[in-house]
Design a protein around this ligand. Structure first.
Ligand code: ADP
Ligand code: TRP
Length: 351
């Protein structure tokens, strides 16, 4: 039997190069060899973006982007999280075995709680007090706290073995493994496998932004989107932060320039990267040329995807067919796991 792969992306906006290299292009490769499920996490999106005006459009965009990037509904199960109501029930049941302390210590919870409360410093001590607080206008929603339970349920309900995600999700996977172990051992069963991240043998990928700082991310405002028009994309790359250039031969490479090289390593041919690295080493590099080349090579990846997104995104009938079929398949397994869990936990019917 093939191993089961599952991953999802939250419906909070369009997909960018970080999502593509961190997750999406692994989905496309993995669907060839694994029993794969890829979904759009609309319930998770509600923890930070509870906006009924944009939610459905965001789900639709991500669905079109999955398909345009090459996720194939004939090879993989593609579904929307909320189309599988079994997830919501298991989320309630699993929460009985999850500690509020361990959830409060999760890094992503602390970050997002800080944002919801408008706290700037990363001093953890105050956060707990602020969360419990007394000001009823300031609150951190409980869905955000239990985000890792919901993510664990997405994975465990399908009994997935491998979960391709970027580096930032590793703590959530660690919690998922812990919850699986805890459930199995509390009830003396061997129900849930312990899932692991998957990167084709390499390290988890972190795609940098164009602003010289950390990772590319929606909330960082430093993204190149798969849907970006050619002109917009070129402009973004040409505006990327650089430095004053190497001052002496073989100088160390500064962070903003290393970011450009990292993007180039993902999108350009190895000899092209080498040519620019050599030019950096002998101080003949011109950042304008580097950026032009980088824009060219990114466009080779994104433009065909953009074209397919535009072709697919208004084909409502096709999109509906894909997710209807996906939901059926995903629900079949989810329902089986849920009934096993109900039985194990002692929930029995009178009739
Ligand atoms: P964002 O950080 O832009 O909000 P998400 O949290 O929705 O993106 O991430 C969806 C998937 O893409 C996850 O698997 C995440 O690890 C991956 N991902 C997001 N940004 C990056 C990045 N800059 N580098 C590598 N992977 C990333
Ligand atoms: N938390 C993930 C993110 O922010 C999205 C996600 C939700 C997910 N459920 C999942 C990823 C299950 C993998 C498996 O990117």
């Amino acid at each position: 039997m093939k191993e089961i792969v599952l991953s999802g992306i939250r419906a909070t906006g369009n997909l960018h190069l970080g999502n593509y290299y961190g997750a999406l292009n692994k989905f496309v490769k993995m669907q060839e060899d694994y029993d794969s499920l890829f979904f759009i996490a609309d319930l998770h999106a509600l923890t930070t973006h509870p906006d009924p005006k944009t939610l459905h459009t965001n789900v639709k965009n991500i669905l079109a982007e999955y398909l345009a990037a090459g996720v194939d509904p004939e090879k993989a199960t593609i579904f929307v999280q909320s189309d599988v109501p079994e997830i919501s029930e298991l989320y309630l049941l699993l929460n009985m075995h999850v500690g509020i302390g361990e959830l409060m210590r999760t890094a992503s919870f602390k970050d997002k709680a800080r944002k919801q409360l408008g706290i700037k410093s990363d001093n953890d001590e105050n956060i707990e007090k602020e969360i419990i607080g007394t000001d009823s206008n300031k609150r951190v929603n409980a869905g955000l706290l239990t985000y890792p339970t919901l993510m664990a349920v997405d994975i465990l309900i399908q009994k997935a073995h491998k979960v391709p995600v970027g580096k930032d999700q590793e703590q959530h996977l660690e919690l998922t493994r812990r919850f699986a172990r805890r459930f199995n051992s509390y009830y003396g069963v061997d129900l849930f496998p312990e899932p692991e991240n998957f990167n084709f043998g390499g390290n988890a990928v972190k795609v940098p932004g164009l602003d010289g700082s950390g990772k590319m991310g929606k909330s960082e405002g430093n993204c190149i989107y798969l849907i970006d028009e050619e002109k917009v994309l070129r402009k973004k790359v040409m505006r990327a932060v650089t430095d004053e250039g190497p001052q002496a031969p073989n100088s160390p490479i500064s962070a903003p320039i290393q970011n450009l090289f990292t993007l180039m390593e993902l999108t350009s041919a190895p000899e092209v990267v080498q040519q620019f690295k050599d030019a950096y080493a002998d101080c003949s590099i011109r950042y304008g040329d580097l950026k032009k080349q980088l824009a060219e090579d990114i466009l080779k990846v994104t433009l065909p995807i953009r074209q397919r997104i535009l072709d697919i995104q208004n084909d409502d009938e096709y999109l509906a067919r894909v997710v209807r079929q996906g939901a059926e398949r995903a629900r079949e397994r989810a329902a089986k796991t849920l009934s096993e869990v109900r039985e194990i936990m002692g929930i029995k019917k009178f009739y």
